[in-house]
Design a protein around this ligand. Structure first.
Ligand code: HEC
Length: 204
């Protein structure tokens, strides 16, 4: 008589294969606590440098030429200034600002950033205060990268260009509508979660 495998062995094998494949599909994991210490120290320094740079430029532009002129600074200089801060950091460092409600579609999140945004959005939805950062280790093929995310909250200054339509100056709304026809980045209030500064490292 031929030996027949019991059915459950076949089913268990399929489950193991599915589990193995789905594990391979997710390249994101939590860094070890040793890795985390380094990611947080380096990421925080770079993110703070970016905040200082961008806020400084916007404040200065508003003070000297008003909000409408300051829009041009954000429009033309935000991304180059971000690249500039990255180039001053350790080689291979990349920085990006990202959000679930982008003004500039170039700042839309990729799959790893979406996962990080969800992490913060879930905590907010649950009414919990959220941590100062989030980290990921991404192993993609043979490539390993480390991601540091710093959450940004809305301040009074930000609402001049990201506030509710009723509170924003008509000429500011006009210029923004012309530059960003797909703008999703309005309707915020002070203290709202706006998005993340993402710092990516190749080496620790
Ligand atoms: C003078 C107007 C102005 C002010 C004030 C301003 N922003 Fe923006 N913001 C913009 C513009 C314009 C862009 C699109 C920049 C681009 O094209 O890359 C932008 C983009 C962003 C982005 C990138 C994501 C996206 O939606 O494209 C973030 C994050 C952001 N702003 C946060 C802030 C925060 C936080 C503050 C306050 C500290 C602030 N902004 C103040 C005009 C402004």
């Amino acid at each position: 008589m031929r030996y027949k495998f019991p059915n459950y062995i076949f089913q268990i094998s399929i489950l193991i294969i599915i589990a193995a494949c789905s594990q391979q599909k997710n390249p994101v994991s939590a860094p070890s606590s040793e890795e985390n210490k380094i990611i947080v120290a380096k990421g925080d320094a770079v993110a703070k440098a970016l905040i200082l740079t961008l806020k400084g430029e916007v404040k200065q532009a508003i003070d000297s030429n008003g909000v409408v002129e300051a829009i041009a600074v954000c429009n033309e200089k935000a991304i180059p200034l971000t690249q500039n801060v990255a180039s001053l950091a350790e080689e291979g460092t990349e920085i990006k600002r990202t959000t679930s409600k982008p003004r500039n579609p170039a700042n839309s999140p990729d799959e790893f950033e979406k996962e990080a945004l969800k992490h913060f959005e879930k905590l907010i939805a649950a009414g919990e205060s959220f941590p100062d950062y989030y980290t990921q280790k991404v192993v993609d093929g043979g490539d390993t990268s480390y991601y540091y995310y710093k959450p940004m909250k809305m301040e009074a200054l930000c609402l001049l260009c990201h506030g509710t339509p009723e509170t924003m100056a008509p000429e500011v709304k006009d210029v923004l509508a012309k530059l960003y026809p797909e703008d999703q980045a309005t309707g915020y209030q002070e203290g709202d979660f706006r998005g993340l500064i993402r710092v990516k490292f190749k080496n620790l």
